[in-house]
Design a protein around this ligand. Sequence first.
Ligand code: NAP
Length: 448
Amino acid sequence: MSKRIAVVGSGPSGFYAVQALFKSDPEVRCDMYDRLPTPFGLVRGGVAPDHQKIKSVVKAYDKVAEDPRFRWFGHVELGTDITIEELLERYDQVVLAVGAQSARKMGIPGEDLPGSVSATEFVAWYNAHPDFQQHEFPLLDVHDVVVVGVGNVAMDVSRMLLASRAHLEVTDITDEALEQLQRSACCRVHVLGRRGPAQAAFTPKEIQEIAELDGIDVRVKDDEAVLDPLSAAWLEAEGDRAARDNVAFVQAHAGPREDRDCAEMWLRFYVQPVEILGDGKVEGIRVEKTRIVERDGWLACEGTGETEVIPAGLVLSAVGYRSVSIPGVPFDPKRGVFPNDEGQVLDGGVPVDDLFVVGWAKRGPTGLIGTNRQDSVATVNKMLATGVKHPAKGPDPKEWLDAKVPKHVNWEDWLKLDAAERARGAEKGKVRDKFTVVPEMLKHVDKH
Ligand code: NAP
């Protein structure tokens, strides 16, 4: 009998796993599950609306979905609608491709004040993720916004805060987010790096893109553009092209600049957040100057004791993502990942039969979309090497699913939603006008 595999999660790592499985075995059948009635995970809900070129990667996933060995079951949540035990019983092997849905915490006082939110929430909100449409951000009367972290997510949210209507209105941002962002009084974003320019986590392309947008002035304080001796020596000896380009960019944007009628994005370095301040809502953030130190062969930072308050009405923490645990599946709460050996899930160090993991849920929230391809191939190789320990039992799992979760949606349903979103978008001059409410999606495909 052909092998039956369940893949949970329909983001990039899930699709790359299916692609590798199809390549490895002409007989294999893959059923992919997603808790939303829409596929593509972070490509749909994470990649910024003005990065449509990056989103076009879904064409490769569409090809996978056209394969007759593939089925997609949307609007089915592992852990609530179905259990891991049920999947392991009905499939030969199960692959978790559930990504990293929640945000890391900064762990500082005041983090829970209204107006202090994770970039993860903000991104999901403007990208139409149905779970985040009721979230409110104090955009209207806020002039200064602080973004903590200097990775690509920090770049995305800063750009969305400062970009013009013309730049955003043609994208697939929700109408609500577009209106709120455009009515926002935000004219200054302070992006905080706790280490120096040599350790900035953004890629040169992302920061360059912001600098090239009309109406945004990227600025750096003179003293914060200077490399400390440890970083200078590291850059000279080991720095890669990206780190060198980032340092060159930062240094080119330091110093006095001609005053223009522009929104400002201040890239700050050597400052770590210590406390979010405010009476009932965010009014500012206290940061501490840092110095770079060598720790276990790594350039880390430590506080100097010198502090500064940056007034701000909104603080977005963009300090990384973490996975959410699933009932019945071993989880490492410290790292926010599913512990694994080359992709096979481990329980207290012991391999769990037939259970595997890919993508951010496996290795943590690092790398670009393409990074997931090799990562998924590696897990599939492990799946082939270990073989199936407990073969699937019973008839086609669809019979069980139809009975257990009758309102699940399939790929044809998604294609209907996709066509409707594109058509609605075309009427408004946008690439796509996304559904934001699950019952509306279900109604559109007659699954309500
Ligand atoms: P990231 O690249 O890991 O950046 C996280 C940033 O947060 C770093 O600057 C980190 O500084 C800082 N940070 C962590 N903990 C902190 C703390 N407690 N206090 C202050 N700062 C702290 O993560 P990300 O921006 O979430 O991105 C995740 C992945 O998605 C990355 O691989 C990214 O490239 C990718 N991505 C790509 C795109 C794109 O290509 N357009 C867009 C979005 C995301 P340290 O370095 O000092 O730890």
